[in-house]
Design a protein around this ligand. Structure first.
Ligand SMILES: Cc1cc2nc3c(=O)[nH]c(=O)nc-3n(C[C@H](O)[C@H](O)[C@H](O)COP(=O)(O)OP(=O)(O)OC[C@H]3O[C@@H](n4cnc5c(N)ncnc54)[C@H](O)[C@@H]3O)c2cc1C
Length: 491
């Protein structure tokens, strides 16, 4: 075990944590014993790709399961795969695709772990059709605070199952998962791009897309105002039938090699890209505004020329964005933050219009704004609704931090008013009272936690910020409301 200065992926938060990289169930049990003897709390960690304070636990333990990464079995007939918690999304795809099976609901970072994806109930680009990651989970084995392992599924310990998915590691350590893979006709998809000149046209187009597509994601021009407000470009797909011409093994190997070479290029270029992005962000209303105009126009021209569509492998479509688009950390900068808000379908036009107007009154517009489509699920702390989510990336300057708090609060209030939610794996700015109004079922969650973990062994900065009664966050620069105060004071 070593002490690590752990940073949240986005923004200023950091914490000094003792990290235990466990390799098996016995080492998980030992870590629990060690924590109890030394009066430390435990926060489980997977790949460490959460944007906020869900994986920070200042002066306490991080139990890292990324080395427990074996595939235990794959049943080709049922499409069910049993995995250790640290298995990575890309490894599951490597195993599944040769059988014309696929893991659905995957975010764009290929090295995210399956336990991290389940604990944060993450979304992919197929959320309205297949649901979030939790909908792919059949069973979990959870090591609870006593060191015992319990099974939970929709039919066994179902309350625990619905709490652990999206429960951000606060009920125990996931030590095994059974996932349902989906059958696909081929590993290729047809990608179509449609541009919509304003929000109302965009939502109308999305209704069509929902009915006939398998994946969809929308880039929104957050700088477009007036009658162009809410204009955007939809990337939607459908699966292609197997042409029988391609050697499946060869195609998969080629896709994986391409991904590896993109990853290597992105890593080599990261320092330069970060510098360019950070320079652009000094003049963001000019640079991002101009980029957005050009990108929208470029997509329009390509559609007119009939070159907007193409066929590509599911590997490329799922994961390329991670290496082709500047990271949220680079876009948000040292004082920035991300926030992903869901709004129900029925409220979408009003809620999104209000949000865009708020952004346009704020000192800094969102530097990046991505929209996704979702369906409702029954997990207790789930941000999924039948509707849409907007993922904002803000890059305020130091002097704008206090002012930006008002605007962030306005966005959250609009979300609450329209019955929406906030994705916790990407959050570090919600206050406790906002959280309680967004997630009234938090009481149910705390009751289950009290039963499984009466001594509050499992904690994180997020837990102390949003859930634990009578405590304040303790991370390096503090979290939530304290984040704003801390940064403003430092400024
Ligand atoms: C480039 C990039 C793109 C992304 N795109 C998306 C996206 O499209 N959609 C989306 O929803 N998210 C997205 N994210 C966020 C990411 O999917 C989530 O933060 C995800 O939870 C990270 O998984 P991880 O393995 O890194 O887990 P971590 O970040 O390490 O942990 C995530 C949560 O899971 C808990 N946890 C981890 N392992 C265990 C375990 N063994 N037992 C119990 N709890 C555990 C942790 O305590 C924490 O609360 C993206 C992130 C990046 C960096």
């Amino acid at each position: 075990m070593d002490w690590e200065n752990t940073r949240a992926l986005v923004g200023p938060l950091h914490a000094n944590c003792l990290v235990a990289k466990v390799r098996n169930i016995e080492e998980c049990q030992e870590t629990i014993r060690y924590a109890r003897i030394n009066k430390l709390s435990i926060c489980p960690r997977g790949g460490g790709y959460s944007y906020g304070d869900a994986i920070l636990n200042h002066k306490n333990l991080l139990l890292d399961t990324s080395r427990m990464n074996r595939v235990i079995s794959l049943d080709e007939a049922s499409g069910q795969v049993i995995l250790q918690p640290g298995a990575m999304l890309i490894d599951v795809q490597k195993l599944a695709l040769p059988h014309k099976l696929v893991l659905a609901s995957v975010p764009s970072e290929p090295t995210i772990t399956v336990a991290g994806a389940a604990a944060a109930n993450v979304n992919g680009k197929d959320g309205w059709r297949i649901g979030n990651f939790g909908d792919q989970v059949i069973q979990i084995k959870l090591m609870i605070a006593s060191g015992e392992t319990i099974c939970a599924s929709r039919s066994e310990n179902s309350d625990v199952f619905f709490a652990v998915i999206g429960g951000l590691g606060l009920l125990g350590v996931i030590v095994e998962l059974t996932l349902q893979l989906r059958r696909i006709p081929s590993i290729f998809i047809h990608v179509s791009r449609h541009h919509a000149p304003n929000l109302s046209a965009l939502l109308t187009k999305l209704k069509e897309v929902k009915a006939r597509s398998d994946h969809a994601v929308v880039w929104l021009d957050s700088f477009a105002t007036g009658h162009k407000m809410g204009r955007g470009v939809i990337h939607s797909t459908h699966w292609l039938e197997d042409s029988g011409e391609e050697d499946l093994g060869h195609s998969i190997a080629r896709s994986m090699q391409r991904l590896d070479s993109r990853r290597a290029h992105a890593a080599a270029l990261a320092p330069v890209v970060s510098r360019i992005v950070s320079l652009m962000m000094n003049f963001q209303s000019l640079s991002v505004g101009l980029f957005n105009k050009l990108y929208f126009r470029y997509c329009e021209i390509r559609t007119r020329l009939g070159s907007a569509d193409n066929d590509e492998s599911i590997v490329r479509y799922s994961f390329d964005a991670s290496f082709m688009i500047p990271s949220a950390a680079a876009v948000c900068g040292p004082h920035g933050y991300t926030i992903q808000l869901t709004v129900p379908d029925t409220e979408a036009l009003d809620a999104i219009s209000e949000m865009l107007r708020v952004c346009q009154d704020s000192p800094c517009y969102p530097a990046k704004l991505i929209m996704r489509l979702h369906r409702h699920d029954d997990h207790i702390v789930s941000f999924c609704e039948d509707g849409y989510s907007l993922n904002f990336e803000f890059h305020p300057k130091k002097r704008q931090i206090v002012k930006m708090k008002e605007f962030a609060d306005k966005l959250i209030e609009i979300t609450i008013k329209h019955g929406g939610k906030v994705h916790l794996a990407k959050d570090h700015i919600l206050s406790r009272s906002q959280f309680q109004r967004l997630y009234p079922r938090y009481i149910e969650f705390l009751e289950i936690k009290q039963r499984l973990d009466p001594d509050e062994l499992f904690q994180s900065e997020l837990y102390r910020r949003l859930l634990r009664e009578g405590t304040a966050a303790t991370a390096g620069e503090s979290a939530g409301e304290n984040l704003w105060k801390g940064q403003a004071a430092a400024g």
